[in-house]
Design a protein around this ligand. Structure first.
Ligand code: AMP
Length: 391
């Protein structure tokens, strides 16, 4: 059988097709982008189609037609027995991969207010997959689900209980990625009883403290603004600043834009791309130095916090665009942590793949791993587990 994974964003639709017989094998991945923005682009394997893609329905139709036309290469779309969807917010309700029913769709809709940018697009993806792949089971895999194991002493804010009862608590995100790299780290180290600190450093960024495969804490909160400095998001900030700005006459929308789109590396350096910051750092630009110091200083602070929470750590796991590719960020994130048994091997750190992804020094008590994240694969794996139960 085949599993199709769909990650529908507001203006893009990512997909990956897997053969799922004994184990998962990726057959095809691609992307429809600039949906609803005039001329859209559809990429799959070596094909690139430029055409208007006015909405998600059009994107899904192009994908279906592409699969039909290339059935000889990738197998008929009729072999797709399951479509796995990334859904960003599962609230307190969804803790595992969930077969889509009308009630599940209603519940996802009822969570729109918690993820107004993501859940509506995710639901569109589900509805369109139901339309174009009607014979397949539709399954939702939630980005918050992995963090539902975080205990109340961690996920609860110290504000009046009435807000907690309304669902105001920490949820955390990037759960699919944190879960994937935690499992890969356990495979690599050959044991499950591990205290891991996972660092998903992409354009959005978060860390998690993971004990025996379960998330115990994470840096993002009620929304994705909390915690680490990101490409364009502020990360942790004293809420008094927000009150001050609002009282000073700033509109809620402008504040939202400032914190989500104009902050982080972009505000500190001028670009949200770590490659640009690195280039600035190499040429001695003091702004780049400061941006990197703030960025990696925040990471170091959370490494310390999570080691305290886990009573130590067996491994740090770096992943996502920056975590996988920036040797400089990895090096600076663990600078001065030798007192805690964390020491990087600078040479190995330049080329982790050559060393099986392990870049700690021989003296380091804590392993330092670099593991490329594969969120689509994790979604497909969770779908396959469910398929074994229900198909
Ligand atoms: P992601 O959200 O995981 O796709 O990560 C995207 C971010 O990774 C980009 O905005 C860059 O800042 C960063 N990135 C990608 N490639 C590199 C690289 N070779 N070196 C440093 N940073 C990189």
């Amino acid at each position: 059988m085949k599993i199709l994974v769909i990650n529908a964003g507001s203006s893009s639709l990512k997909f990956e097709l897997f053969d799922a017989t004994k184990e998962l094998k990726s057959r095809l991945r691609g992307l429809a982008e600039r949906i609803g923005e005039g001329e859209g682009i559809f990429h799959a394997a070596d094909t690139e189609i430029t055409a208007p893609i006015p909405d998600h329905q059009a994107a899904m139709r192009i994908l279906k037609e592409y699969l039909e036309e290339n059935a000889e290469k990738f197998g008929s779309p009729d072999e797709i027995r399951m479509v796995g969807h990334r859904v960003v917010h599962g609230g307190n309700t969804f803790v595992e991969p969930t077969l889509i029913t009308n009630r599940v769709k209603e519940k996802i809709r009822s969570l729109f207010h918690l993820a107004p940018l993501h859940n509506p697009a995710n639901l569109k993806g589900i509805e369109m997959a139901e339309k174009f792949f009607p014979a397949a089971k539709q399954v939702a895999v939630f980005d918050t689900a992995f963090h539902q194991s975080i205990p109340e002493r961690e996920h609860r804010y110290a504000i009046p209980g009435t807000y907690y009862r309304q669902g105001i608590r920490q949820y955390g995100f990037h759960g699919i990625s944190h879960q994937y790299v935690s499992r890969k780290a356990a495979e690599l180290l050959g044991r499950n009883d591990l205290r891991l600190i996972t660092l998903h450093l992409g354009n959005g960024a978060s860390m998690a403290a993971v004990k025996n495969g379960k998330s115990m804490a994470t840096t993002m909160g009620f929304g994705p603004l909390a915690g680490l400095v990101m490409g364009t998001r502020s990360g942790d900030i004293d809420p008094s600043v927000l009150l001050y700005l609002l009282r000073g006459g700033m509109s809620v929308d402008d504040l939202d834009k400032m914190l989500n789109k104009q902050s982080g590396l972009k505000a500190l350096f001028g670009s949200n791309d770590m490659r640009d910051v690195e280039a600035g750092y190499a040429s001695g630009d003091p702004k780049a130095r400061l941006a990197l110091n703030i960025y990696t200083g925040r990471i170091r602070k959370y490494i310390g916090a999570y080691m305290a929470l886990l009573s130590g750590a067996d491994a740090l796991v770096f992943t996502a665009g920056i975590g996988e590719h920036s040797a400089l960020v990895r090096e600076k994130s663990v600078e001065g942590l030798d007192f805690a048994g964390i020491e990087i091997d600078k040479q190995k750190n330049q080329n982790p793949a050559k060393y099986g992804g392990e870049v700690q020094s021989a003296r380091s008590k804590v392993k330092i791993l670099v593991i490329p994240t594969r969120e689509e694969q994790e979604i497909a794996r969770q779908c396959l587990n469910l398929a074994h139960e229900i198909l």
